[in-house]
Design a binder for this molecule. Structure first.
Ligand SMILES: Cc1ncc(C[n+]2csc(CCOP(=O)(O)OP(=O)(O)O)c2C)c(N)n1
Length: 662
């Protein structure tokens, strides 16, 4: 025990009590698990209690916490009630995440507890993003991220630590190094096993502490927090610890010796502090017994609370996938004046207009000094400065995750991903964080981030820069997906997306960037509405994004052939405006879908299924799909064009349909 610290008796006894609460609570959880009252994975923190208790004691209520799936200890020591934690593990509506998250996803917005994250390493960028919001809002609050040493092997660890150091973010990284990631010992996963050293190599001030000693952990955290608040820089604390139980409920523990466990148990955090307090006559056996009895009562009350909790009605299953819409009705076209500009200029005009909101900023690779890979943000750094225009290193998961975290913290980030292909590197943050946080927190948090990216083929950029994966994202509940096809939409959909409380992805087709078109000072319609771009009475052509010009061209050729084609621009790919689509099907009875994605598993396939399910009796012919050929996009122009949907294909397909040739 560190006896140089002048901590008073009451405080030390309180720390012991907090550790015992975690210990006894989790021992009971293990029993409840065996009784099948709790299901899913159960990751016990037993042996590591000193870290959560020591760290939390040094924080303010306003500081934000991002934890891992092993977070009962973090939640309890942060002040979440044992009742609400256990009820969550029972999956009941009186749980801290309304039963949606279970053991791995405890949330409490009021206590700035931003949840357990079950993606190893996934929490680090989120915490750095919360810290970025703190810095931008000049609050002096800090974000704290707990993670195991297993996370050190993940890219998100390195990306987040580098960005936190680069941007001086007020974040405390707490590595709970218990020596094993599931069954893999640290020495089997890292060539350099000194983790603090790794953080130091990014220029982050780092320390190692005995994570079994609550006094040492609190003292080290105090120092860290003081450093962060004073210098506005990150700090890295490696706490050396050990877990006494298996990784989760399904662990046979074949990878370690019983003797090793017993050895560590001798220095366990509870036994260490209890021994010190009793040997120094600061705690009597009676006092200890009274503490334990108090905790047992708390546990009994928590069990009663959890067992009495309601199960969520099935009708509420999809509640909180999206936020309730609070966007005010606005005036739409045609009442406003227009200007002619390129699609690129229209995007830029939208970005500039969005900066009227102090919370909005633009972040991405080469958007500042370079002017944007596609020139969209050219000149903005000079005009708006580094607070608004943030160049990022090449680390899609890191900076998208920071965008998500900053949105959680109240900012309105626009994150630009250079090309849709690179967004795959940020899939974790888009799909596992942005899309899920609202629902699994029981509606406590929302993620108002806007992520823009270039997509589509036509520039001979070959198989790693040319794809249309809007469909991948449109598959995912929790996201909204926009595809502005017109210049006016290029400007205004961004502004509409920024008013939306949920994560919105915007796909900007590269072949539109240089085209000229009219831009008004108002949007044409709500962003989730499909629009009829050309009326017609013989056939419906459904499309979106970069294929709209081709489809309009096909429609005018068809007009010359006396075929009246209606063109619908979907605009929003999730949620789909099904009623506009079905109204056209009902009127025209024949449909062609033009989609630059590959046909297999495409959005065109989804649309076709919806039409079949809901509009079957209005159809006079099978729904047709014109998609990209099933090939990685080739480089030579003639092959690229052969792969893509073309005007002539649309025209001949429409003719065949009207001639009954199918
Ligand atoms: C990205 C990712 N890969 C794999 C897993 C499966 N998994 C869950 S926990 C875990 C071990 C993590 O160990 P560590 O980070 O040291 O934390 P600890 O469990 O020891 O607290 C693994 C491999 C996961 N959840 N996320």
């Amino acid at each position: 025990m560190n006896d140089k610290l002048h901590l008073d008796k009451n405080h030390l006894v309180e720390q012991l009590k907090q550790m015992l609460r975690i210990r006894l609570f989790e021992e009971k959880c293990a029993e409840l698990y065996a009784q099948e009252k709790i299901r899913g994975f159960l990751h016990l923190y037993i042996g590591e209690e000193a870290i959560a208790v020591g760290v939390m004691a040094a924080l303010k209520p306003e500081d934000q916490i991002v934890a891992t799936y092993r977070e009962h200890g973090h939640a309890l020591s942060r002040g979440l009630s044992m009742k609400s934690v256990l009820a969550e593990m029972y999956g009941r509506t009186n749980g801290c995440s309304k039963g949606r998250g279970g053991s791995m996803h405890l949330f409490d917005k009021k206590r700035n507890f931003y949840g357990g994250n079950a993606i190893v390493g996934g929490g680090l960028p989120l915490a750095a993003g919360l810290a970025m919001a703190n810095k931008k809002q000049a609050t002096k609050n800090i974000a704290v991220c707990f993670f195991g040493e297993g996370a050190v092997a993940e890219g998100e660890f390195h990306e987040a630590i580098n960005l936190a150091a680069l941007w001086d973010l007020p974040v405390l990284f707490v590595c709970e190094n218990n020596g094993y990631a599931m069954g893999t010992a640290l020495s089997l996963s890292e060539s350099e096993t000194n983790i603090a050293k790794k953080a130091q190599s990014y220029g982050v001030v780092s320390a190692q502490v005995d994570g079994m000693n609550v006094v040492d952990v609190e003292a080290a955290t105090d120092k860290a927090v003081d450093f962060i608040r004073t210098h506005n820089k990150p700090y890295f604390l490696e706490c050396q610890t050990y877990r006494f139980r298996g990784h989760s409920s399904f662990d046979g523990q074949l990878y370690r010796d019983k003797a090793e466990i017993e050895q560590w148990k001798k220095h366990g955090p509870v036994v260490q502090l209890t021994t010190w307090l009793t040997q120094n006559h600061q705690l009597s056996d009676d006092e200890l017994m009274a503490i334990e009895q108090g905790i047992e009562q708390e546990i009994s009350a928590a069990i009663e609370f959890a067992e009495q909790g309601e199960l969520e009605p099935i009708e509420d299953l999809t509640k909180d996938v999206y936020s309730p819409q609070t966007i005010e009705e606005q005036e739409y076209l045609p009442t406003s004046a227009s200007q002619n500009m390129t699609y690129r200029e229209a995007l830029r005009a939208g970005i500039e207009q969005s900066f009227n909101d102090n919370n909005v900023f633009l972040m991405g690779e080469d958007i500042g000094h370079y002017g944007g890979c596609y020139g969209v943000s050219k000149g903005l750094l000079e005009r708006y400065g580094e607070e608004k225009i943030i160049d990022t290193p090449l680390c899609e998961s890191g900076f998208v995750g920071i965008g998500v975290g900053a949105a959680l913290g109240g900012m309105r980030p626009i994150v630009e991903v250079m090309t849709v292909n690179f967004s795959l590197l940020a899939m974790d943050q888009i799909v596992n964080s942005a899309a899920t946080l609202r629902h699994m927190s029981g509606g406590q948090v929302n993620v108002p981030v806007v992520i823009r990216m270039a997509c589509g083929a036509g520039l001979q950029l070959a198989a790693q820069h040319s794809h249309s994966w809007e469909n991948l994202y449109a598959h995912i509940p929790g996201l909204k997906v926009l595809s502005p096809a017109t210049h006016n939409d290029a400007r205004h959909m961004l502004l509409q997306a920024l008013q939306d409380p949920d994560p919105v992805l915007i796909f900007e087709h590269v072949m539109l960037l240089n085209t000229q078109g009219e831009v008004f000072d108002k949007a044409e319609a709500a962003m989730e509405k499909a629009l009829v771009r050309k009326q017609g009475t013989d056939i419906t052509l459904l499309t979106y994004g970069g294929n709209l010009p081709k489809v309009l061209q096909a429609a005018s050729t068809l007009e010359e052939l006396n075929i009246s084609a209606e063109v619908i621009d979907l605009r929003c790919l999730r949620p789909l405006d099904i009623s506009t689509i079905l109204a056209s099907v009902e009127k025209n009875h024949r449909v062609i879908i033009v989609d630059e994605g590959w046909k297999t598993g495409s959005l065109a396939g989804e649309l076709s299924a919806i039409i079949m399910e809901q509009g079957f009796w209005h159809l006079d012919a099978p729904v047709q799909r014109i998609c990209t050929q099933e090939v990685p996009m080739p480089y030579p122009s003639h092959l690229e064009q052969a792969a893509l949907p073309q005007v002539a294909q649309i025209v001949s397909c429409a003719q065949r349909l009207l001639n009954g040739e199918y």
